[in-house]
Design a protein around this ligand. Structure first.
Ligand code: AMP
Ligand code: MG
Length: 423
């Protein structure tokens, strides 16, 4: 099998995964989910023309010649309904959000008036019809689609949902994700320390990456490099929507993951990607038993991630996270990128896309990226310190200090439509 470019492998993965079905969720638990239905306004908002200021509801025609003295006929607070019609030479004291009385067509700010008595004010400036008035339906019109299916639920969106009184809504389901580590050398987190063993960190780093997407994964534990034991674990893992298995996907004699998942009916889409860190990465699909669209929703996906701790995390970022986000209905699948200047030269071997762990600082000219240290795929500390992954194009032989680079941000929840990876 050929080595795929990162972008080709991403395309294969994203074409394979399908949007999951919808489920109902309450407003309080909807943050970060994606709407699976259109939401319509249930009224005009504001329900009538209202004042945008504390001031006086006036007839703009009265203010063509200023200064002018107006009679104050009533006080209208937010929540009150006006009881009088404003006639020529009259005005009404009005508070922000209160309905504009009949006859008035503009609001004069308090600051631009002079109180002569409680019943009389003097106005010294002219204003136009509609000034400081929030027209009926300015926010939304009854029946309009205010949020369409596919909208990610942010705090602002939650405000809109509350405005239209939606307490329960349809959102795309979250995939059920299982995580499995493999290797005879691995030591479970609760096992006594054995100097001859390697602590299993992948289970937990991957767990956290999955959690960061709003999904609680199932931790299957550690399978030994034994075909029968592995088969048992993998069979269990394939009952989930997505199985992440790390280690054992290479071509070593004890790397049983690929042959075993194939034996279980998974069709392998690829297992070689020209990237560093990140090799070897396997991806396969276990097709659902049902027919048509429902079958697609029942497909199970397996990512055979590299055992090396940094490689498995980078593969998660580039392939697994975008897939999980697509399944949950997101349109923005990829980490947000920023443009930065390199603080120091970087050497590189062409032929594969490299992801360099960097720290970002900021100066007057923008972001500055510098390596977080040893870039070996086994050194998790340089990943733990990283703010982002600098993406080196596969044809690059290196970069000088000051070169413009693209960095994928690792923190936060901001995602974008395009990868901005140049290969
Ligand atoms: P493998 O892909 O199985 O050949 O593993 C590559 C390297 O990653 C080896 O040094 C493993 O010890 C290490 N490794 C594999 N799985 C894990 C894990 N779950 N946690 C930490 N290191 C691991
Ligand atoms: Mg192994």
């Amino acid at each position: 099998m050929e080595y795929l470019r990162v972008s080709e492998a991403q395309r294969v993965v994203l074409e394979s995964v399908a949007l999951l079905n919808a489920e109902s969720v309450g407003l309080e638990h909807s943050l970060g989910r994606v709407l699976a239905e259109d939401i319509r306004a249930n009224r005009d908002l504001p329900p009538y023309d209202v004042s945008a200021m504390d001031g006086y509801a006036v007839r703009s025609a009265d203010l063509v010649q200023v200064p002018v003295t107006l009679e104050v006929i009533e006080d209208i607070k937010a929540g009150d309904m006006p009881s009088k019609i404003v006639q020529p030479g009259q005005c009404a004291r009005i508070m922000t959000g209160a309905p504009l009385p009949q006859g008035a067509d503009a609001v004069m700010r308090v600051e631009d008036t002079q109180e002569i008595s409680t019943q009389l004010i003097q106005v010294v400036t002219t204003i136009k019809d509609g000034h400081d008035v929030r027209p009926q339906g300015e926010n939304m019109r009854n029946g309009d689609v205010v949020l369409s299916a596919g909208t990610e639920i942010t705090p602002g969106v939650i405000g809109i949902l509350a405005t239209v009184k939606i307490t329960q809504m349809q959102v795309y389901r979250r995939p059920r994700v299982a995580i499995l580590s493999t290797g005879n050398e691995l030591e479970a987190i609760n096992a006594p320390v054995d100097m001859n063993k390697i602590p299993d960190s992948n289970t937990y780093a991957l767990m956290a990456q999955v959690q960061a997407l709003g999904i609680t994964p199932a931790l299957l534990g550690i399978a030994r490099d034994d075909p029968l034991e592995l088969e048992r674990y993998l069979r269990l893992g394939l009952e989930y929507d997505v199985l992440l298995v790390s280690g054992g996907t290479s071509v070593g004699v004890h790397d049983y993951v690929r042959p075993t998942i194939e034996k279980l009916g998974v069709s392998m889409k690829f297992w070689r990607v020209a990237m560093k860190p990140g090799h070897p990465l396997a991806f396969g699909v276990l097709h659902g038993a049902a027919a048509g669209e429902e079958a697609k929703q029942r497909d199970a996906f397996v990512f055979g991630l590299p055992g090396n701790p940094v490689s498995s995390m980078v593969c998660f970022e580039e392939f697994v996270a975008p897939s999980l986000r697509r399944m949950m209905g997101h349109a923005r699948l990829f980490r947000r990128t920023v443009s930065a200047r390199l603080a120091h030269p970087l050497k590189m071997r062409p032929g594969r896309t490299e992801f360099v762990r960097v720290q970002l600082t900021h100066d007057d000219a923008g972001y500055v990226a510098s390596s977080t240290g040893t870039q070996s795929s086994g050194v998790l500390l340089s990943m733990a310190r990283a703010d982002g992954l600098l993406v080196m194009p596969s044809d690059s032989t290196g970069l000088a200090a000051g070169a413009q680079v693209t960095v994928q941000l690792l923190d936060g929840t901001a995602y974008q439509h395009e990868t901005n990876i140049r290969e």
